[in-house]
Structures are given as C-alpha cells and as structure tokens.
Write a protein that binds this ligand. Structure first.
Ligand code: AMP
Length: 406
C-alpha cells in the first residue's frame, strides 16, 4: 500500500517523500489509519520497524487539522537517547508544518526546558523523571493533552517507571487518544494497557521475540581471559564499517573501550555515567562516521538509530533474552542486513540457552581461523534437557541405574 492511501495530510506526505520513504512499513500501514480515526492503539513492534513515524505522523496530522493552543501531545520514552531520536523523527516528519517538539529529559539544565514549556510547545517528548520534576514545580500543565504515547513501554516497566507514569496519567484528561508501543506484550504490559487504553486497536507486527530477517547471528565460544584478543581479531577480520559492542557493566565498557583505543580503533563510549553532553556528541560522531565503533551498555544504547550499523557484538551476553533482541535490532534497521556476533565464555552458556529458547533458534558456533586459542572452544551446543532429566536430575537417575545393576 502506498503512503498516499493512508489518509495523510499533503504536508506530511511531502515530508515522507523527502525522507526517501517509498512505502509504509507494516506497523505504519496498520497503525496510521486507526490513529487518524482517533482510536487508541496497542502496538507490538520491534525496534527498527518504523514505529516512531507510525505515531508521529498521526500526532502531526491532528495538530494540523484541528487548531488549538498550548501543549497538545505528549510522548513518554524510557531514555534520553530515545527522546532525542523521537524528536528527530518529529522534526523530519513535521518539516513542512509549523509544529515542533520540545525535549524534556534529565541530565541537562532546567532553564531551556522551562522556556519551551512556557511557550507551550505543541509536542513534548519526555522521560518520566524530569517530566514529573517540572509538573511538581508547576512549570507544566498537562490538562490540554489530547494525544499521549507511551513508547517502549516494556522497557519503562523494566526500569521501574510505572509509578511515575501513573502519577503523570493522573494529571491528564480522560478525553485523550493514547498509543502504547512495546517490543513485547507480556501480562504486565497488558495490565498497563488496561488502565491506559480504551478499546484499543491491537497491532502485532511480529512475534515479540523475533529478530529481524537479514541479520546473521553467530556465537564464538571462548575462554573469558581471551575475550579482548578474540574481539580485536574479529574486528580486524570483519572490516567493520560501524559497529556497536555491548558490555554488561559501565566499568566493563570503559575498560574495553580503553583497550580497543590502544589497539588503534576509533571508539566512542555510551553508558549512564557519561554526561548528556558527552552522550550527544558521541552519538553525533558515530552518526557522521567520525567514530567507527560504539562501546555501550544496554540502557544507553536504547534508541540508537543509525542506518548504517553493520555489526552488533555482544561482548557480554545479556542476562535478559529481550535485551538480546533489542541489541541486535540496532543492526539491519528498516529491514537491511547486518551481523550479530556474540562472544560466549563457558559460564555464559545458560544465558545463551535462554536467548536461543526465546528467539526459537540455535545459533551456529564458530571458531576464528588463525586465532591462538589457549583453551579449545566448545563448538557443539549442549543438548536440550529432556523431560526425564528435569524430573529426576542426573544424580538420581544414575543412582537408580546403579541399584538396578547391583
Ligand atoms: P523506528 O522503528 O521508528 O526506530 O525506525 C527505524 C528506522 O526506519 C529509522 O531510521 C526510520 O527513519 C526508518 N523508517 C521509518 N519508516 C520508514 C519507511 N516507511 N521506509 C523506510 N524507512 C523507514
């Protein structure tokens, strides 16, 4: 279906064309017409699916078609990076309209934000904590909000933002349109949906645990002491144009970044201990190709949207399988191709098994040729446990066999 069939305003169609989008993505095709009718939307869509434009275009259309004053649309997102990303999408989609989005996030000064609020920016893109700060000091009135978006609601749940969101919701008019987007739809999200949405259109684009097609996924088993050297060898062998390397901790990310810099790679670091200014300039350098590789933690990397990410490397395997899906979603965005490489120490096997169960695939194990392994890597995945194993456990079974034999 072409964009022209979705019922969008000519100024928005013009913007979509100027961004080079030729056809709506599946989430856009299904969410935009319902959102334009004013329906609430419950959208389950992966990162990279085009969900931001799926809510930004209907919001801009309402602002264009119904005159009004003050702040009329609010988008709540879990992280500062995602807020910046969403604001960019509003800027791109709204470039032929007078409507601008203001960003309300922590880690930066209050003054500019207070000014934007006083001027009544029509759209606010906010993280929950800073939004609440402004609400509590009376800098912001949300009574005029006609459209609300909760973006990446699963992540907001994980990050413990639900009490803040309930408090914010309590200040909004019931007469509003609400759109909730989440990468997964578990019982907790359903509960959030039940108190935020009214008779929503449900749109599930793909199974929540799927990884976009076009991503090749491979695992390199390795002794933990050799992880840094193997990583360098892989980076050199794969001629990575632009990659994101995920670490589990902030200190781990700093340490790895130092080592890679020493080996001559151009590296940016993204984690929660970096100031907002540092994070913004790192992202800008990465986007412009001045930095080749980002070393990041999960939360900081949420919302990274760079078309050209060719490789995602899991230096540490994530503890939550959902994070794996989010991580590898940084590559092959908007249905391109990409590589996801995971380094696995033996004690990370249980995390890998959980991920493989979650995405429903066993990833191929690989060995890097010409790399000097000190411990031979185990290249066969462990056999899945049978029902009998789980029921009796190895020890009990062998005792029973022993009794039978004796
Ligand atoms: P999102 O899932 O909103 O983070 O979007 C992921 C990427 O897809 C962004 O780089 C968008 O610019 C891009 N994108 C969104 N909609 C389309 C479309 N209809 N055609 C091509 N690319 C798109």
């Amino acid at each position: 279906m072409p964009f022209t069939k979705l019922g969008l305003h000519p100024d928005l169609l013009h913007a979509v064309r100027s961004m080079g989008f030729t056809a709506p993505t599946p989430i856009q095709e299904r969410a935009i017409p319902s959102a334009l009718e004013g329906r609430d939307v419950l959208g389950c869509a992966q990162t990279g699916s085009g969900k931001t434009a799926a809510f930004a275009l209907p919001i801009l259309q309402r602002l264009l078609s119904r005159p009004g004053r003050g702040t009329r649309a609010l988008v709540i997102v879990p992280t500062r990076e995602l807020a910046a990303q969403v604001e960019t999408t509003f800027r791109d989609c709204g470039r032929f309209t007078p409507h601008k989005a203001a960003v309300i996030i922590g880690g930066v000064g209050y003054h500019g934000q207070r000014q934007a609020l006083a001027q009544g920016a029509p759209i606010l893109v906010a993280t929950p904590g800073r939004l609440l700060d402004h609400m509590r000091e009376g800098a912001i009135k949300l009574g005029g909000i006609e459209q609300l978006v909760l973006d990446e609601a699963d992540r907001m749940l994980d990050m413990g933002f639900m009490p803040a969101i309930r408090e914010i919701l309590g200040k909004l008019s019931r007469e509003r349109q609400t759109m909730l987007f989440s990468a997964t739809l578990g019982p907790e999200i359903e509960r959030v949906a039940s108190f935020t949405l009214r008779n929503p259109v449900r749109i599930e684009i793909s199974r929540p645990s799927t990884v976009a097609e076009g991503i090749s996924q491979v695992v390199y088993p390795v002794d933990p002491r050799q992880k840094p050297d193997l990583l360098v060898a892989i980076l050199e062998a794969s001629q990575i144009r632009s990659g994101v390397i995920f670490c589990r901790t902030k200190h781990g990310a700093d340490r790895l970044a130092r080592r890679l810099k020493e080996r001559g790679f151009s590296i940016g670091v993204l984690h929660a201990n970096r100031t907002q200014g540092q994070r913004t300039s790192t992202m800008e350098d990465f986007r412009r190709g001045r930095v080749q590789i980002l070393v990041a933690t999960d939360i900081a990397a949420r919302g990274i949207d760079v078309r050209e990410v060719s490789h995602v490397v899991n230096y540490d395997l994530p503890r939550h399988p959902e994070d794996y899906v989010h991580r590898v979603g940084r590559t092959a965005r908007a249905y391109g191709a990409g590589d996801a490489i995971s380094l696995m120490a033996p004690d990370e096997q249980p995390f890998l098994s959980a991920i493989e169960r979650f995405v429903g695939t066993t990833f191929p194990r690989a060995m890097l040729p010409n790399f000097n392994y000190t411990v031979p890597p185990l290249l066969t995945p462990p056999k899945p446990k049978t029902f009998q194993d789980l029921r009796w456990g190895r020890h009990r079974r062998s005792t029973r066999r022993f009794r039978r034999l004796s």
